[in-house]
Design a protein around this ligand. Structure first.
Ligand SMILES: [Zn+2]
Length: 150
Protein backbone atom coordinates (compact mmCIF):
# COMPACT_ATOMS: atom_id res chain seq x y z
CA UNK A 1 0.00 0.00 0.00
CA UNK A 2 2.72 2.49 0.94
CA UNK A 3 4.52 1.59 -2.28
CA UNK A 4 1.57 3.13 -4.11
CA UNK A 5 0.96 6.05 -1.73
CA UNK A 6 4.64 7.07 -1.84
CA UNK A 7 5.24 6.17 -5.51
CA UNK A 8 5.82 9.84 -6.39
CA UNK A 9 8.79 10.26 -4.02
CA UNK A 10 11.82 11.39 -6.02
CA UNK A 11 9.89 11.44 -9.32
CA UNK A 12 9.74 14.63 -11.40
CA UNK A 13 6.03 15.32 -12.11
CA UNK A 14 6.87 17.15 -15.33
CA UNK A 15 8.13 13.85 -16.81
CA UNK A 16 4.57 12.52 -16.58
CA UNK A 17 3.60 15.03 -19.27
CA UNK A 18 5.27 12.94 -21.97
CA UNK A 19 2.71 13.32 -24.75
CA UNK A 20 3.10 16.79 -26.22
CA UNK A 21 1.76 18.02 -29.55
CA UNK A 22 2.77 21.01 -31.61
CA UNK A 23 -0.27 23.23 -32.05
CA UNK A 24 -0.91 26.79 -33.13
CA UNK A 25 -3.40 27.26 -30.33
CA UNK A 26 -3.43 30.17 -27.90
CA UNK A 27 -6.74 29.88 -26.10
CA UNK A 28 -6.99 28.56 -22.54
CA UNK A 29 -7.23 24.84 -21.91
CA UNK A 30 -9.04 23.98 -18.66
CA UNK A 31 -9.13 20.64 -16.90
CA UNK A 32 -11.38 20.69 -13.84
CA UNK A 33 -12.75 18.48 -11.07
CA UNK A 34 -9.88 15.98 -10.97
CA UNK A 35 -10.06 14.03 -7.71
CA UNK A 36 -6.80 13.52 -5.86
CA UNK A 37 -5.56 11.91 -2.64
CA UNK A 38 -2.38 12.84 -0.83
CA UNK A 39 -0.86 12.49 2.65
CA UNK A 40 -0.03 15.42 4.86
CA UNK A 41 3.65 15.24 5.70
CA UNK A 42 3.15 16.30 9.32
CA UNK A 43 0.68 13.59 10.37
CA UNK A 44 0.70 11.12 7.45
CA UNK A 45 -3.08 11.43 7.35
CA UNK A 46 -4.90 11.89 4.04
CA UNK A 47 -5.93 15.15 2.52
CA UNK A 48 -8.07 14.89 -0.58
CA UNK A 49 -10.32 16.85 -2.86
CA UNK A 50 -10.45 18.28 -6.35
CA UNK A 51 -7.85 19.84 -8.61
CA UNK A 52 -8.51 22.38 -11.35
CA UNK A 53 -5.86 23.34 -13.89
CA UNK A 54 -5.66 25.73 -16.80
CA UNK A 55 -2.95 26.83 -19.16
CA UNK A 56 -2.56 29.06 -22.17
CA UNK A 57 -0.57 27.16 -24.80
CA UNK A 58 2.44 28.56 -26.57
CA UNK A 59 2.85 26.23 -29.61
CA UNK A 60 2.52 23.12 -27.43
CA UNK A 61 -0.44 21.26 -25.98
CA UNK A 62 -0.37 18.18 -23.76
CA UNK A 63 -2.31 14.95 -23.98
CA UNK A 64 -4.99 16.09 -21.53
CA UNK A 65 -4.78 13.03 -19.26
CA UNK A 66 -1.08 13.76 -18.75
CA UNK A 67 -1.94 16.79 -16.65
CA UNK A 68 -3.85 14.50 -14.28
CA UNK A 69 -0.84 12.14 -14.29
CA UNK A 70 1.46 14.94 -13.18
CA UNK A 71 -0.95 15.65 -10.33
CA UNK A 72 -0.85 11.95 -9.35
CA UNK A 73 2.96 11.93 -9.20
CA UNK A 74 3.10 15.05 -7.06
CA UNK A 75 0.29 13.85 -4.77
CA UNK A 76 1.74 10.36 -4.16
CA UNK A 77 4.27 11.54 -1.59
CA UNK A 78 4.12 13.17 1.84
CA UNK A 79 3.00 16.69 1.04
CA UNK A 80 1.62 20.00 2.10
CA UNK A 81 -1.20 21.27 -0.08
CA UNK A 82 0.52 24.56 -0.84
CA UNK A 83 3.63 22.84 -2.22
CA UNK A 84 1.59 20.26 -4.13
CA UNK A 85 -0.27 23.08 -5.90
CA UNK A 86 3.00 24.75 -6.86
CA UNK A 87 4.59 21.50 -8.04
CA UNK A 88 1.68 20.77 -10.39
CA UNK A 89 1.83 24.29 -11.85
CA UNK A 90 5.61 24.00 -12.17
CA UNK A 91 5.34 20.63 -13.95
CA UNK A 92 2.96 22.03 -16.58
CA UNK A 93 5.13 25.12 -16.97
CA UNK A 94 8.29 23.03 -17.43
CA UNK A 95 6.79 20.49 -19.83
CA UNK A 96 4.87 22.88 -22.11
CA UNK A 97 6.48 26.33 -21.75
CA UNK A 98 2.98 27.84 -21.94
CA UNK A 99 2.19 31.55 -21.71
CA UNK A 100 0.66 30.92 -18.33
CA UNK A 101 -0.56 28.25 -15.93
CA UNK A 102 -3.04 28.31 -13.06
CA UNK A 103 -3.72 25.45 -10.67
CA UNK A 104 -6.24 25.44 -7.85
CA UNK A 105 -6.73 22.66 -5.30
CA UNK A 106 -9.56 22.36 -2.81
CA UNK A 107 -9.20 19.71 -0.13
CA UNK A 108 -10.27 18.41 3.24
CA UNK A 109 -7.45 17.46 5.62
CA UNK A 110 -8.13 14.49 7.86
CA UNK A 111 -5.65 15.81 10.43
CA UNK A 112 -8.03 18.74 10.89
CA UNK A 113 -11.23 16.65 10.67
CA UNK A 114 -10.62 13.59 12.86
CA UNK A 115 -8.15 15.05 15.36
CA UNK A 116 -6.84 18.43 16.46
CA UNK A 117 -9.54 21.04 16.00
CA UNK A 118 -11.95 18.32 14.67
CA UNK A 119 -13.75 20.26 11.95
CA UNK A 120 -14.88 17.84 9.22
CA UNK A 121 -16.28 19.28 6.02
CA UNK A 122 -13.86 22.20 5.82
CA UNK A 123 -12.28 23.18 2.53
CA UNK A 124 -8.73 24.43 2.07
CA UNK A 125 -8.19 26.24 -1.25
CA UNK A 126 -4.73 26.90 -2.67
CA UNK A 127 -3.75 28.48 -5.96
CA UNK A 128 -0.49 28.58 -7.90
CA UNK A 129 0.16 30.76 -10.93
CA UNK A 130 3.07 30.70 -13.35
CA UNK A 131 3.92 32.75 -16.40
CA UNK A 132 2.00 35.84 -17.36
CA UNK A 133 -0.62 35.36 -14.63
CA UNK A 134 1.96 35.97 -11.95
CA UNK A 135 2.24 39.64 -12.81
CA UNK A 136 -1.05 40.67 -14.37
CA UNK A 137 -4.06 41.12 -12.07
CA UNK A 138 -6.35 41.26 -15.10
CA UNK A 139 -5.09 37.99 -16.60
CA UNK A 140 -5.13 36.39 -13.18
CA UNK A 141 -8.75 37.38 -12.50
CA UNK A 142 -9.91 36.18 -15.92
CA UNK A 143 -8.15 32.85 -15.60
CA UNK A 144 -9.28 32.14 -12.06
CA UNK A 145 -12.87 32.93 -13.12
CA UNK A 146 -12.49 30.39 -15.92
CA UNK A 147 -11.01 27.84 -13.54
CA UNK A 148 -13.90 28.24 -11.11
CA UNK A 149 -16.67 28.07 -13.73
CA UNK A 150 -17.87 24.55 -13.05
ZN1 LIG B 1 -1.58 17.21 8.97
Amino acid sequence: MYGLLFSGVGVDPSLAIDTVFEADHHDPVVLGNIPFYSLCEHHLLPFFGLAHMAYIPNQKIAGISKLARALEVAARRPQVQERLTGQVAEAIFTALSPSGVAVELEAEHMCMSMRGVEKPGHRVVTTALRGRFENSDMDRGALLALLRRR
